[in-house]
Design a protein around this ligand. Structure first.
Ligand code: HEC
Length: 152
């Protein structure tokens, strides 16, 4: 499934969430929940990459495969318009996302591509995993710098 398709109903979501109910929109906690699962897996590989825990090929491969799957979760109902940090509390999603949707999707796609490369080698040895881990971290960071508010 292409990222374009993952986001295809993106704008449709706008019609489903009126501002009056935006504070309660479950999409915000749900998209934050997916990111928590990214870290659940990304963090384990990061600890191995940095030598804080021993490299374990099977655990690294499992984490990379998990990350591969969670980063392919359909995004179309997770980003309804009106759920940006200027409009509601409880989110760090900058309004610029909705003004630059193509770029946001591009950054999401770049992350998926980097994760796919990591998934292909994570169980194949520590140096291989380390080499593929860096680009994933950079892809997360590139989007956060552009579209995620600082933690308050
Ligand atoms: C295309 C953009 C994009 C990419 C790529 C991306 N993020 Fe995020 N991330 C966001 C945005 C936007 C938020 C804020 C969501 C909100 O608060 O509604 C966020 C929030 C988070 C959070 C906080 C979740 C919470 O509990 O509130 C974590 C952790 C996180 N991202 C980790 C990652 C990791 C790890 C990666 C890479 C594997 C990644 N993100 C890739 C855009 C992105």
């Amino acid at each position: 499934m292409t990222a374009k398709r993952l986001f295809s109903a993106f704008l449709l979501g706008a019609t489903l969430s009126s501002p009056a109910f935006a504070d309660q929109d479950p999409a915000v906690e749900q998209r934050q929940g997916q990111f928590k699962l990214y870290v659940h897996n990304f963090g384990l590989m990061g600890a191995m990459a940095q030598g804080r825990i021993d490299y374990d090929a099977e655990a690294a491969q499992t984490a990379a495969t998990n990350l591969y799957h969670v980063t392919r979760h359909d995004q179309s109902r997770l980003w309804p318009e009106g759920t940006d940090s200027f409009s509601i509390d409880g989110t760090r999603a900058n309004p610029a996302i909705w003004e630059n949707l193509d770029d946001f999707v591009e950054k999401f796609t770049a992350m998926q591509t980097a994760v796919e490369a990591l998934q292909a080698v994570a169980g194949g040895g520590l140096p291989e995993m380390q080499a593929a881990f860096g680009p994933v971290g950079q892809s997360c960071q590139a989007c956060h710098e552009a579209y995620r508010d600082e933690a308050s």
